[in-house]
Design a protein around this ligand. Sequence first.
Ligand code: FES
Ligand code: CO
Length: 325
Amino acid sequence: MLIQDEVLRNDWIVASRSIDIKEKPVQVIVMGERLVLYRNEEGIHAFKDLCIHRGAALSLGCVKDGKLVCPYHGWEYESNGECSHIPQLPEGRAIPKKAKAFKYGCIEKYGLVWVNLENSGTELFNLPEYNDEKFRSVIWGPVEALANPPRIVENFLDVGHLSILHEGFLGVPEHSVIGDYDIHWEDESIRSDEIAIYQPDPDGSGQPKHVYYTYEILRPLTVRFTKKDHETNQEMVILLTILPVEEKKSVAFGVMLFNYDSGQSDQEIIEFQDMIFSQDKPIVENQKPEDLPLDLQVELSLKSDRVSIAYRQYLKKLGVELGTA
Ligand code: FES
Ligand code: CO
C-alpha cells in the first residue's frame, strides 16, 4: 500500500464500532492480519486471532469468567494474554511459559474501538466535540469499499465534487466555483481555512444557503471536517477514519457530531450518509491508479484541490521521514 506499513502499525487504527464488541469474540482483519476482539469486565481486548497450541482461531471460541477460551482444546487466556488453564495438563504440572496469546494495543474511544499493532505509545488524536455535551454523536459505518484507504480519505477531503457528484444534496452545479483558501500546517495536523459552499438544504429547514467547511488532516487515515452555519451557529463535524483490511479493501467509519437538532433520528442520519457514500463508492473503487499519486505532476490539480494536495504532501512527508520515499 501507499502508506508504509510501519506508519500504520504504530498508529491507532479503527477496528470496529464499540457497540459491536460484546462478550462474544469477533474477528477483525487489519492490514491482512487476523485479530480477535472481545469484551470482559475490564474492557475490550485485541489479540492475534491465533491459538499458540494448534493455530485455531480464537474468535471461534468464547469468553468464560472473563477469560478467552480457545474452541479447540479449551486453553484459557487472561486479559494480558497469558494462558492460565490447560484442560489436558495433569494437576500440578506448570503451564508452559510460552503459552500466551499475542496482545495488541486496544482502546475504546469516540464510540469506536482502536487497535495498535505494535503496542507503541502513540497517542490517539483528540476529538473535543465528542466530550462536549452540546454535541450529539452518531456513529456511521462500518461501510466497505474495494479501494485503498487514501483514495477514500481524499474523496472525503475533496470539496470540488460536492456540487457535481452530490448534486441536489451537498451542492448545486450553478455554485461549483470554489473561492480561494489557504492551508495551515500545524504541529500535529493540517487545517484548511473556511471554504464557502452553497448547499440546497444544509440544516433540514429547506432553505438554501452558504455554509462553511473547514477540513483537518489528523492522521494518515483519519480526517475531519466542520460545517458551520454563521447565521445560526449550527455546527456539524464528521470524522472519517478508515480500516485498511487488505490490499484494495477498506472499511469506513464516521463519527458525526451535531450541536443542533436536525429533527432526524440516528437512523435517518445514517441512511443519508449511506446514500451519499453510495455515490462516492463507485468513484473510489474505480480510480486509477489505485494508490494516490504522491508526485503532484502525475494528476492535474486545481487551486481548489488544495486540501487534497495537502493530504498527498502529508503522506509524502511521512514517507520521507522514514526514508522510504
Ligand atoms: Fe487452541 Fe488447542 S488450538 S487449545
Ligand atoms: Co462525496
